[in-house]
Design a protein around this ligand. Sequence first.
Ligand code: S3P
Length: 177
Amino acid sequence: MSVDPDANLVLVGFMGTGKTEVGRQLADRLGREFVDMDRVIEEREERDIPAIFRDSGEPYFRSLERALVRELAARRSLVIATGGGVVLDPANIEDLGRTGVVVCLVATPEAILQRVAGDTHRPLLQAPDRAERIRSLLECRRPLYEAIPARVDTTARTSAEVAEEVLRLFRARVRTG
Ligand code: S3P
């Protein structure tokens, strides 16, 4: 089966793996629209993610995320940065993969910890021991991220280097199907 050249390019991966920055660069290079799912959810809700989690709960956030996945999977020619928990519902990855090339960005827990130091915008990381929180969340989700065949390690690499490798993977998939 050949991959549609207009297939979406979808970045998944744990918090702090660089999905947003890499996605923005990829959209620039491909001349495509960039969609950052978390930002779209915040705009539509007219409140930020910490407020959504605090006032409406994580299940409500996941339902918004699920609905947005369905909407975006019906479109083409997008570069999409998902939120780190999009893998929690396998239907999300199925939908995104039907009309897009899904690439998972990965990094060591140490690199993630460094990148999210001082972050106050991620409710799941507001724990007394952030290093432990990252390690345990990563451990729970590891099989979900590992189930995505196209993975790019971002540890100790610049976002431009990561974008270059993602682009190579994407072009190879679109060419060979
Ligand atoms: C989450 C990741 C966040 C955001 C929300 C939940 C997660 O996105 O969607 O805080 O469950 O991993 P980023 O991966 O962009 O930080």
